[in-house]
Design a protein around this ligand. Structure first.
Ligand code: KIV
Length: 276
C-alpha cells in the first residue's frame, strides 16, 4: 500500500531532491496529479479565480475551501494535501487560526494548511504547530493582500525589500513552518532565501534555485485564459481541446451523426414489434 507523504518527509527532502507541488481543486484532477507522483497537492484559494470565477481570492470562504479540500483528499493516496486558509480566517490571531485550521483538517482530511504573510502571522503559525497542525508559509507576492500591494507584482526587487522578505521567511521558519512558498520574487533572491533557510522553499516565480516548484494546475494545463503570469509554463492547451470537442459534439448532435448505433441500446425484435 502507498504511504502518504508527511510534513517531515517534505523537510527531509531539502538538499536531497527537488520537490514538486501542484494545485488541484476536485477529485478527478487530484487523482491524476497524485498518480503522476507529485509530492504535495495544494488546494489553493486560487480556486476562487480559476474555478469559481471571482476576480481575486478575497471572496473565498472557509465553506468553499472545505468543500474542495474534501473532494481532493478523496482522490489522493500518496501526496501530502495542503489546504489554503482563506482571507480573514486567521488574521485576527492565534485563536481564530486554530479554529479555522482545526475545522479545515477535521472536516476535509487535509494534513497541512497554508497561511499567507510574514512575521505578522508567526504567532498564528506557532499556535497551529503547537497544536499539531503542519503549516506551509507563503511570502513574496501574497495574493490575499492584493488591495495593499496594488496588483500582482514582483516583490523584493531592492536589496532592502529582499531583506524584509528574508526576515519574514526566517520568522516563519522559527515559528515552525515545514516549508515556505516564495511567490514572484527575483531568482537571486529565491536562491539567497533558499540557502539561508533550513526548511524547503517552494517557488512560484521564485527562480530555479528553490528547493521545489508549485504552479496552478489550470495554468499548467492551459485551462485558465484570463491572464498568464510570466512564471507559468503551459504544458498543454486544454482550453482549445475543450472548445474543439464541444464544437464537434454540437455539430454531430445537430447533424444526427451522434449518437450512433454503438452508443445506443438494442431491443429484442419481438418486443420491438409490440411497440407499433
Ligand atoms: O492559492 C494558490 O494556489 C497559491 C499558490 C499560487 C501558491 O497560493
Amino acid at each position: 500500500m502507498t504511504r502518504q507523504l508527511t510534513a517531515p518527509d517534505i523537510m527531509a527532502a531539502k538538499g536531497e531532491r527537488k520537490l514538486t507541488m501542484l494545485t488541484a481543486y476536485d477529485y478527478p484532477t487530484a487523482r491524476l496529479v497524485d498518480e503522476a507522483g507529485i509530492d504535495m497537492i495544494l488546494v489553493g484559494d486560487s480556486l476562487g479565480m480559476v474555478v469559481l470565477g471571482y476576480d481575486d481570492t478575497i471572496p473565498v470562504t472557509m465553506d468553499e475551501m472545505v468543500h474542495h479540500c474534501r473532494a481532493v483528499t478523496r482522490g489522493v493516496s500518496r501526496a501530502l494535501v495542503v489546504g489554503d486558509m482563506p482571507f480573514m480566517s486567521y488574521e485576527a490571531g492565534p485563536e481564530q487560526a486554530l479554529a479555522s485550521a482545526g475545522r479545515l483538517m477535521k472536516e476535509s482530511g487535509v494534513r497541512a494548511v497554508k497561511l499567507e504573510g510574514g512575521r505578522e502571522v508567526a504567532p498564528q503559525t506557532k499556535a497551529l504547530v503547537q497544536a499539531g497542525i503542519p503549516v506551509v508559509g507563503h511570502v513574496g507576492l501574497t495574493p490575499q493582500r492584493i488591495a495593499q500591494l496594488g496588483g500582482f507584482k514582483v516583490q523584493g526587487k531592492t536589496a532592502e525589500a529582499a531583506r524584509i522578505i528574508l526576515e519574514d521567511a526566517r520568522a516563519l521558519q522559527d515559528a515552525g513552518c515545514f516549508a515556505i512558498i516564495l511567490e514572484a520574487v527575483p531568482a537571486p533572491m529565491g536562491r539567497f532565501i533558499t540557502q539561508s533557510l533550513a526548511v524547503p522553499t517552494i517557488g512560484i516565480g521564485g527562480g530555479p534555485h528553490c528547493d521545489g516548484q508549485v504552479l496552478v494546475i489550470h495554468d499548467v494545463l492551459g485551462l485558465f485564459e484570463r491572464f498568464t503570469p510570466r512564471f507559468v509554463k503551459k504544458y498543454a492547451n486544454l482550453a482549445q481541446d475543450v472548445r474543439e470537442a464541444v464544437t464537434q459534439y454540437k455539430s454531430e448532435v445537430e447533424s444526427g451523426a451522434f449518437p450512433g448505433e454503438e452508443h445506443s441500446f438494442s431491443m429484442d425484435p419481438e418486443e420491438e414489434k409490440k411497440l407499433s
